[in-house]
Design a protein around this ligand. Structure first.
Ligand SMILES: Cc1cc2nc3c(=O)[nH]c(=O)nc-3n(C[C@H](O)[C@H](O)[C@H](O)COP(=O)(O)OP(=O)(O)OC[C@H]3O[C@@H](n4cnc5c(N)ncnc54)[C@H](O)[C@@H]3O)c2cc1C
Ligand code: FES
Length: 261
């Protein structure tokens, strides 16, 4: 699959909550070739500090030529990115990696935790546009209402059923988003897609594997190159099968292919 290195102009900058930002980047080649679940590597500053690009899921494609990323300002790179202004240019490489595979069932459950919600928007839009009759339920979790409210509302506007969970109980279920999986009932006829903190994905994967539901997870690792050149993103595969390179073979994997601890 082709990846492009482009200078992308920031066409929109939104603040969605405390330290949560959405940037829209004018990047036609990347937008046209992007598949849901893929990511981009973004140079967060024009100079060399930090030197390495940072990986971000493709959150949405808008107007066919704009790529959106959604992120939380955590460390040096994301704080710099949070400070960019409309009209500024960023060096972006993408689309990278392998994204989500189509569901095996007509019931689809998206489980997103924190900024892991980002790629589920592109996937949900893609599934809705496919015209295939299906029920899509989004289970979204975050620490607080402040972090989740705007994203949950945007997801509902896509036309999905949305259930929320927050650590402090300020929006939706008071507890973990994984608890909401109980809403699916006992039958295995759901395809589940999860992206979020590792313990969340592990819990989702464990429940799905136990109940025979197909489950795909989007893994996050530290990444230096994003291009299968540094091998820094390797994670163990299931027993005896070596390593998975998250930037090349992922970030999306079938839950049963991952060596969960
Ligand atoms: C395929 C992929 C997709 C991603 N998509 C998104 C997204 O859509 N939105 C988003 O907000 N974040 C996403 N991330 C995580 C994002 O890349 C990191 O938050 C970012 O690299 C942090 O950079 P920094 O310079 O701000 O922080 P640093 O100063 O490098 O670190 C700040 C904190 O972030 C942690 N961190 C650093 N890199 C990563 C990483 N790659 N994964 C997880 N934690 C990390 C560090 O341990 C530290 O606690 C994604 C990561 C991957 C691998
Ligand atoms: S990030 Fe360099 S090989 Fe995957």
């Amino acid at each position: 699959m082709a990846a492009y290195q482009k200078t992308a102009t920031v066409s929109r900058r939104e603040t969605l909550g405390e330290d949560i930002f959405r940037l829209t980047l004018q990047a036609p080649e990347i937008a046209r070739h992007a598949q849901p679940g893929q990511f981009v590597m973004v140079k967060t500053v024009a100079g060399s500090d930090p030197l390495l690009r940072r990986p971000f899921s493709i959150h949405q494609i808008t107007d066919d030529d704009q790529v959106q990323i959604l992120f939380k300002a955590l460390g040096k790179g994301t704080r710099l990115l949070a400070g960019v202004a409309v009209g500024q240019s960023l060096d972006v490489v993408g689309p990278l990696g392998r994204g989500f595979s189509p569901p095996a069932t007509s019931h689809v459950c998206l489980v997103g935790g924190g900024m892991g919600i980002a790629p589920l928007f592109f996937w949900a839009s893609h599934l809705l546009r496919s015209g295939r009759p299906m029920e899509i339920l989004a289970l979204l979790g975050a620490r607080t209402r402040e972090e989740l409210a705007s994203l949950a509302s945007d997801m509902a506007q896509l036309g999905l059923s949305v259930r929320s969970a927050t650590d402090d109980g300020s929006l939706g279920h008071h507890g973990l988003v994984v608890d909401l999986l109980a809403d699916l009932g006992p039958e295995p006829g759901w395809s589940v897609y999860a992206c979020g903190p590792y313990p969340m994905m592990h819990a989702v994967a464990r429940q799905c594997m136990a109940s025979g539901r197909p489950c795909q997870v989007s893994l996050e690792t530290m990444m230096a190159c994003g291009l299968a050149a540094c091998l820094g993103c390797a994670v163990p595969s299931k027993a005896g099968a070596g390593y998975l390179h998250v930037c090349k073979e992922g970030p999306v994997f079938a839950a049963e292919d991952v060596a969960w601890p």
